[in-house]
Design a protein around this ligand. Structure first.
Ligand code: APR
Length: 309
């Protein structure tokens, strides 16, 4: 039997997640949105690509959570995307209401699912979903680090004119201004990146990575990034569905790891069929450790504003 993945929010990120999953035949997909007809239309359109691309995965669009019953994974993308000039944190109150309602509906029908949170502000929304769901912490994971790391690797590979496959990097911390790229352990074909470019150039790339989402928002004018965010969320889903035990930077609820307790922060985790199977402890420099704590403090601020600490 094929696995079942529900994607909540059939907007740009959600629909592209669904498309990536069905095209690869990873699972059957249920696409949910509050807008009537829209998820049904997108799902039908996707289904009709099956004969051309050669996939048999079923994809259903719906406005009813009943269709999501028994999902193995639920990817949550519902919310309001960031508009130009709007910070991720401005979204807090609008998305709090949406994520609370969505999580309640999801857990009622899929009590054993694993939630992959995508809605921003990411770390705070993951924390909200953990609280509302009552799930154990290994079954709620946030998508941030995979995307931030992908952006970092893209810029480094372009600058050095090498394949992205040769760039190995990890970006930890919060999604956005408080991300923590582990520059010291970033390598290109096994060579530390600091030997391949000047500190100044590297700093510029780190800054561009930090502003990665904003750069796309200002180019698009309406809406925010979705090709890379959906690719990142689907990589996480793939690691879980196929029990890959893959180590990926994800937002995870820390309970003392890295000296942080009771908050979602981006750290390397092992993702497998059970969800977060392990939080990987990497050695940080004093500066990286301080930056990670700063990112945790930023999450705490949002968690406090929402009153879910
Ligand atoms: N229940 C279900 N769906 C909802 C709800 C709700 N309560 N509220 C809003 N939605 C739906 C909207 O109708 C819309 O179709 O969520 C969808 C969001 O899609 P887009 O506006 O296209 O946003 P998108 O670019 O997909 O981003 C979604 O992912 O990367 C993050 O910052 C981004 O938080 C944003 C999320």
């Amino acid at each position: 039997m094929r696995s079942k993945v529900s994607v909540i929010g059939a907007g740009n990120v959600g629909a592209t997640c669904a498309q990536r999953i069905v095209e690869r035949g990873y699972a059957d997909v249920v696409l949910v949105d509050i807008v009537e007809g829209m998820p049904q239309g997108k799902a039908l359109d996707m289904l009709q690509a099956g004969p051309v691309l050669g996939y048999d995965s079923r994809v259903v669009g719906t406005n009813s959570y009943d269709d999501t019953a028994g999902s193995d994974i639920v990817i949550i993308t519902s919310g309001v995307p960031r508009k130009p000039g709007m910070s991720r944190d401005d979204l807090l109150n609008v998305n709090k209401k949406i994520i609370t309602e969505v999580t309640e509906n999801v857990v009622k029908r899929s009590p054993r699912s694993i939630i992959i949170m995508v809605t921003n502000p990411l770390d705070a929304m993951a924390q909200l979903a953990l609280k509302v769901s009552g799930f154990p912490r290994h079954r709620v994971v946030g998508m941030a680090g995979v995307l931030d790391t992908a952006r970092f690797r893209t810029f480094l590979a372009a600058e050095l004119k090498v394949s992205v496959a040769d760039v190995s990097a990890h970006v930890l911390g919060g999604h956005g201004d408080t991300m923590v790229p582990l520059v010291g352990s970033t390598t290109v074909g096994g060579v530390p990146v600091s030997r391949l470019m000047s500190r100044e150039k590297l700093n510029r790339i780190v800054q561009r990575t930090r502003d990665g989402g904003g750069e796309i928002v200002s180019l698009l004018k309406t809406g925010s990034a979705y090709y890379a965010p959906s690719a990142a969320a689907v990589q996480m889903a793939e690691a879980i569905l196929f029990d890959r035990k893959q180590i990926l930077p994800c937002a995870a609820y820390l309970d003392g790891e890295y000296g942080i307790k009771g908050l979602f922060v981006g750290v390397p985790v092992k993702l497998g069929r059970k969800g977060i199977e392990k939080i990987i402890k990497v050695k940080l420099t004093a500066a990286e450790d301080a930056a990670l704590k700063k990112s945790a403090a930023a999450v705490k601020e949002l968690v406090d504003i929402m009153g879910i600490g």
